[in-house]
Design a protein around this ligand. Structure first.
Ligand code: IPD
Length: 268
């Protein structure tokens, strides 16, 4: 089997090529092609075409691997490895030309359920900023060439915490009540608009922590590995693994404080 670093090389190459493609397509304008779970859950043609490009490149490099992307049909493959891809994470930012969106490419072992998978390698590129985050299991995480480490030793009342809200209106009401409870207990909140970038930023120490409920596997596969390899603890509430119910990423010293505050106020 390819080493984690070899898989990372592929993830990074694919993410960067796809990022360049999406930037170029964005320069010719962009519009909503379709809505998904709700009128504000949008897909652009560029999301679809970027995913097709990624799928094609990965099929050349690794024809036996599975593929699980945000926009297309899943394919289990035969190798036991699956590429988990968000062609454009932060589609709303992409639509509005806010330069905070990313291409997220991860490769996992053990299926596509985040509670059981092992993420082997991941790359998150913000092509507008020219920033590439990478991580390989057991090897570390990097921003470009720079090894990453989370901000350890930050107390909850000094923590800069990012979150996101997704597209389900009823859940947003509960998310709004949770964030209103947390806001006076932390330094401040950021809502960047790309979970992959949020998680990578935790790894880079640009944020102290991140949490979100309602994430899909492709939103956090690569960024979660960047955060974890930079020293973050990733999990849910009450010892549950991080996933769709709740995903919290924070340095070990901050995780329990944040998890308790969230658990106290999250109306699951
Ligand atoms: C979304 C972004 C956003 C998060 C949403 C995700 P998408 O992904 O990561 O920050 O809050 O939950 O769905 O739809 O832009 O790929």
């Amino acid at each position: 089997m390819a080493s984690h670093m070899e898989l990372l090389e592929i993830a990074a190459t694919v993410a960067q090529r796809a990022g360049g493609f999406a930037v170029d397509r964005r320069s010719h304008g962009v519009s909503v092609a379709e809505t998904k779970s709700s009128p504000i859950d949008i897909v652009t043609q560029v999301d679809r075409d970027t995913e097709s490009l990624i799928r094609g490149i990965l099929a050349d490099y690794r024809p036996d691997d599975g593929f699980y992307g945000e926009e297309g049909e899943a394919d289990a493959g035969s190798s036991g490895l699956t590429w988990v891809v968000d062609p454009i994470d932060g589609t709303v930012n992409f639509l509005y030309d806010i330069p905070a969106w990313s291409v997220s490419v991860a490769v996992v072992e053990g299926g596509v359920d985040p509670s059981t998978w092992t993420v082997l390698a991941g790359a998150v590129v913000n092509p507008v900023a020219g920033e590439l985050y990478t991580a390989a299991a057991g090897e570390g995480a990097w921003l470009g060439d720079r090894p990453l480490h989370v901000n350890d030793g930050v107390e909850l009342d000094r923590a800069l915490v990012a979150t996101g809200f997704g597209y389900v209106r009823e859940r947003k009401e509960r998310q709004g009540r949770l964030v209103a409870e947390l806001l006076p207990r932390i330094r401040d909140v950021r809502r960047i608009g790309s979970a992959a970038l949020d998680l990578s930023a935790v790894g880079a120490g640009r944020l102290d922590a991140f949490y979100e409920t309602g994430l899909n596997p492709w939103d956090h596969a690569a960024g979660g590995l960047v955060a974890a390899e930079a020293g973050a603890r990733i999990g849910g509430i009450g010892g549950a693994p991080g996933g769709a119910d709740m995903l919290i990423a924070a340095p070990p010293s901050l995780f329990d404080q944040l998890e308790r505050a969230i658990a106290e106020h999250w109306e699951a």
